[in-house]
Design a protein around this ligand. Structure first.
Ligand SMILES: [Zn+2]
Length: 167
């Protein structure tokens, strides 16, 4: 069965990023794999959704609070570098701010932006980390849960896949 294999330390870094960037909104990044099977490499990316929203609010109605966007140039560079080393893209991660870890319609639309009804990268896995803000009984933001999703050709939809954390 397809699963996302990630080093515990990398997963912890993603959670730390989600907590740090909570005030700004969703955090994001990419995952690549090498020539051999093994845990993915994690690449932190900037969420440029706010920037695009300020430039063109009609075309980009959402902000970092409820969407993420990775600069296409940065994306291309990360993929080319991995391919240059005999690997390729493994997937993307982003956080959900004050809501649970699910694959939203927006996430699906973004993953399928190029072809419309199937993902641009059919083998890519998507890690979603849910972070909730401070409450009266808890002064700092907190990671609630994480879920991983992958495209099912049989179901023509994204389904949850296991996240396997390794040393
Ligand atoms: Zn999302």
């Amino acid at each position: 069965m397809i699963q996302l294999a990630m080093k515990q330390a990398d997963y912890n870094r993603i959670c730390a990023q989600a907590l740090e960037e909570y005030v700004e909104g969703e955090c994001c990044g990419m995952m690549t794999h090498g020539r051999e099977d093994g845990p993915v490499s994690v690449h932190v990316c900037e969420n440029i959704q706010d920037k695009m929203h300020k430039q063109d609010p009609e075309r980009f109605p959402r902000t970092n609070r409820n969407a993420y966007l990775i600069d296409p140039g940065e994306q291309h560079q990360i993929i080319s570098q991995a391919e240059g080393q005999g690997g390729g893209i493994a997937g993307f991660y982003h956080s959900h701010v004050d809501c649970d870890a699910y694959f939203s319609e927006e996430d699906k639309a973004q993953a399928c932006a190029f072809f419309g009804d199937e993902p641009t990268y059919p083998d890519a896995l998507y890690l979603v980390v849910s972070v909730y803000g401070p409450r009266s009984d808890r002064p700092v933001p907190e990671i609630k849960e994480s879920k991983c999703f992958g495209w099912s050709e049989a179901q023509r939809d994204f389904v949850e896949v296991p996240l396997s954390l390794t040393d």
